[in-house]
Design a protein around this ligand. Structure first.
Ligand SMILES: Nc1ncnc2c1ncn2[C@@H]1O[C@H](COP(=O)(O)OP(=O)(O)OP(=O)(O)O)[C@@H](O)[C@H]1O
Length: 348
């Protein structure tokens, strides 16, 4: 049985906006699932429905097999961390953390022990007497995470919790939260529109678009085997090359590869690291720019039909702007009418 089971859940807001459209998702015990998608794709609304902050228009949500669809947030076994931390600024850290336990009339000694334990967990040992407005943004978010964990929820819900922090701090907190999550083995649903965040943290990524789910898979599968052009283009850098299949062969002025599917128009989706440059001085693709990143090079090319693509090369040395080359994709996805048709055997 899954820890969290979302079945056919939709949300239509009063103005008629369908924010979430018939989503079903199962999250296993201890799994961290990232909801990833562009702004307005319904990520927050779905998360808020799991936390009880929005009511689904239809569908059901169950935790440990118990239907919680109609329960208010405080009666659900969930803990939520919002983008803006929403700490009480007139209380110190200890009081912020103790609040929920006091409401539940826990004995003072237990409250003290649990606050200390959770402060240690988030790396803020000894900060109990600080006022929250005397903390940095990162520390405040740590307190918010601690506050959501102190009631020992079955499911942790995080809505872009680090969005307001600078890149460096965001990366650190991301790692800390993942460590805590693994240590506590707590089932977690994490909303982000940062693909790095999703790729680095998640056991599974759910890519959302227009209120629906496009693909739910392990990060490496999402990256290497996208099922739709949207997923292909949304995660990482992707080149799209439009051509035609004729007699089992994809043809484009600068690219030719075997593709045993029916004749007709096809779009290849190729990662820069899987796009080799061959036949220097002979092809029709023109090198526009070469960038040396030290660890690798990135070559920007203009194809003869105007398409722009990027190729990652081990060393940029042999390449320079103005040269002509041909392209040889090692691994790619092929799409026709938004449907994935074919992929070469795993080449990287
Ligand atoms: N309370 C509300 N009333 C009406 N429409 C809403 C409400 N909340 C969200 N929406 C709409 O629902 C859609 C999905 O919004 P949601 O916030 O879930 O998307 P999101 O993927 O989390 O976006 P972001 O990454 O920008 O937070 C959007 O079109 C949004 O305008």
């Amino acid at each position: 049985m899954s820890k969290l089971s979302i079945r056919g859940v939709s949300k239509v807001f009063a103005g008629g906006t369908t924010a979430v459209d018939n989503v079903s998702l199962d999250v296993a015990d201890g799994e961290l699932v990232c909801l990833l998608g562009p702004s307005g794709s319904g990520k927050s609304t779905l998360l808020r429905m799991v936390g009880g902050f929005e009511q689904p228009t239809s569908g059901t949500i169950a935790i440990d097999g118990q239907d919680v669809t109609r329960l208010p947030p405080e009666q659900r076994p969930t803990g939520m961390v919002f983008q803006s931390h929403a700490l009480w600024s007139h209380m110190n850290v200890f009081a912020n953390l103790a609040f929920g336990l006091k409401l539940r009339r826990r004995p003072a000694s237990e409250i003290r022990d649990r606050v200390e334990a959770v402060l240690e967990l988030v790396g803020l040992k000894g900060y109990g007497s600080r006022m929250t407005n005397e903390l940095s943004g990162g520390q405040q978010q740590r307190v918010a995470v601690a506050r959501s964990l102190i009631l020992e929820p079955k499911i942790l819900l995080l809505d872009e919790p680090f969005a307001s922090l600078d890149q460096h701090l965001r990366e650190r907190l991301r790692e800390e939260v993942r460590d805590i999550q693994l240590r506590l083995k707590i089932t977690t649903l994490f909303v982000t529109h940062g693909q790095d965040e999703a790729l680095s943290m998640a056991d599974r990524i759910v890519v959302m678009r227009n209120g629906g789910t496009e693909q739910a898979d392990r990060p490496d599968v999402i990256y290497r085997d996208p099922q739709t052009p949207f997923v292909a283009g949304f995660i990482g850098t992707m080149n799209f090359i439009e051509g035609r299949v004729e007699n089992g062969c994809f043809k484009h002025a600068d690219v030719t590869v075997d593709l045993p599917v029916d004749d007709g128009p096809i779009t290849l989706a190729v990662r820069p690291e899987a796009l080799d440059l061959v036949g220097q001085g002979t092809g029709q693709a023109i090198i526009h720019r070469v960038t040396d990143f030290g660890t690798h090079g990135l070559v920007d090319l203009h194809l003869s039909d105007g398409t722009r693509v990027k190729s990652m090369v081990r060393s940029p040395e042999p390449f320079s702007a103005g040269q002509t080359v041909s392209l040889s994709p090692r691994a790619f996805a092929a799409f026709r009418d938004n449907v994935k048709l074919y992929r070469t055997s795993d080449a990287h």
